[in-house]
Design a protein around this ligand. Structure first.
Ligand code: C2E
Ligand code: MG
Ligand code: MG
Length: 387
């Protein structure tokens, strides 16, 4: 009642307000000269609506997201007009609280594109167009292979190889990451178990799988993991899940409970791209984390810039002091490798050791010879694998 009253207060007497259901209202403003007139009304509505009011002794602070569409002759029906107002409203919602957004053809194109990509992705999963590449993770004290990170690739029949940054975000947005992430987990566990059996002397290798924020919040995650481990025969201790700092911010208690459930299966947990998010080690002891991966941006600037070197050193020392292992990401040069060794960083991953490779190449090159030279005299190429 209060909301309707406030809405009327912002409009002219011949404008129309209708409640579509729940907390959705539609306002029809006729005879406007320019879009700016509509946005002025939206601002007025936000101003008025968002003022606190009392209900049954409580003070409420309402908020609203407004989608605006300007009618034109190209619209055939009221339903189309409402659909576009709805799209604009979702855009406003995604921008933040108390916002309005104007429908544009760009928005239509973008949403159409997202839907198109989503249906492409679903087809790709059915047609088995996704594959995993594996990048070695190496002990910097012994030069020995300790495991791999599984990295997703899309082999599109027309467009060729598509890297993850082109489809992971959209998969998150649309929720497709749930079935896709489940496929990644299953495939990585299946592959590692096969390698353990084929190379018994390598039966302690582990595989790291990137988990997205949606997956971590998916109530069925633990059930899915249990199923995958049972199906593939891989023991939990050989699996590591990579999270990012930003995933540990909201709803902390629920996240901690999920992480504790994961750890109860001896699955390890790693913080990926460390230093790019909250950059604070103080929150780490609250979470049952085994490893942090220092982001490539620090490692790549380490040799030219002493500040970065000190950051890497400080992160390594602090993490080790609370029993957390450290992996340096993006190790590309021997100089970086030697500095990391001096600092005492235990593990490294990067092009210096190997680029991510398909499973056959891993079998033929990496699993046949699993030790890297780590001293200056032994050369500067990752191709110099020691037998
Ligand atoms: P990430 O998890 O931090 O993975 C490391 C990325 O750095 C990989 O890129 C890898 O190819 C690249 N990289 C490794 N060593 C070097 C190096 O020495 N130099 C340089 N310049 N790059 C190096 P990639 O494979 O393109 O993956 C990018 C990101 O996509 C990943 O970052 C991860 O966040 C995401 N991603 C990949 N696979 C999956 C997946 O299965 N699920 C989810 N949710 N995300 C994934
Ligand atoms: Mg990762
Ligand atoms: Mg990373």
């Amino acid at each position: 009642m209060t909301i309707t009253h406030r809405l009327h207060h912002c409009l002219r007497s011949h404008d129309m307000v209708a409640r579509l259901g729940g907390d959705e209202f539609t306002v029809l403003i006729e005879k406007i000269g320019a879009p700016a007139e509509a946005t002025q009304v939206a601002e007025r509505i936000l101003d008025t609506l968002c003022k606190p009011f009392s209900l049954k002794g409580y003070t409420l602070f309402p908020s609203a997201s407004i989608g605006i569409v300007i009618g034109s002759h190209s619209y055939q029906s009221a339903t189309d007009l409402l659909r576009d107002a709805d799209l604009a409203m979702y855009k406003a919602k995604s921008t933040g609280r108390a916002c309005y957004a104007l429908f544009t053809t760009d928005l239509h194109t973008r949403i159409y594109k997202v839907l198109q990509i989503e249906s492409d992705l679903r087809r790709a999963l059915e047609q088995q167009e996704f594959i995993l590449h594996y990048q070695p993770i190496v002990s910097l004290s012994t030069g020995k292979l300790i495991g791999f990170e599984a990295l997703l690739r899309w082999q599109h029949p027309q467009d060729g190889f598509i890297p993850p940054y082109e489809f992971i975000e959209i998969s998150e947005e649309t929720g497709f990451i749930i079935p896709l992430g489940e496929w990644v987990l299953r495939e990585a566990c299946r592959q590692l178990h096969t390698w353990h059996q084929a190379f018994p002397e390598q039966a302690d290798l582990i595989v790291s799988v990137n988990l997205s924020s949606k997956q971590l919040r998916e109530p069925r995650l633990i059930e899915q993991i249990d199923c995958i481990l049972a199906e593939t025969g891989l023991a939990g201790r050989f699996l590591k899940l990579e999270l990012t700092e930003s995933m540990l911010v909201d709803d902390v208690q629920t996240i901690i409970q999920t992480l504790v459930n994961i750890r109860a299966r001896e699955i390890q947990l790693s913080i990926d791209d460390f230093g790019t998010g909250y950059s604070s080690l103080s929150y780490l002891p609250r979470f049952p984390i085994n490893t942090i991966k220092i982001d490539r941006s620090f490692v790549s600037r380490m040799t030219s810039d002493t500040e970065n070197l000190e950051i890497v050193r400080a992160i390594t020392m602090l993490a080790q002091s609370i029993d957390i292992e450290v992996i340096a990401e993006g190790v590309e040069t021997l100089e970086q490798l030697l500095q990391l060794k001096t600092i005492g960083c235990e593990f490294g991953q990067g092009y210096w050791f190997s680029k991510p490779l398909d499973s056959l190449s891993i079998q033929q090159t990496i699993l046949a010879q699993t030790q890297w030279p780590l001293s200056e005299t032994l050369g500067t190429q990752s191709s110099l694998l020691l037998g």
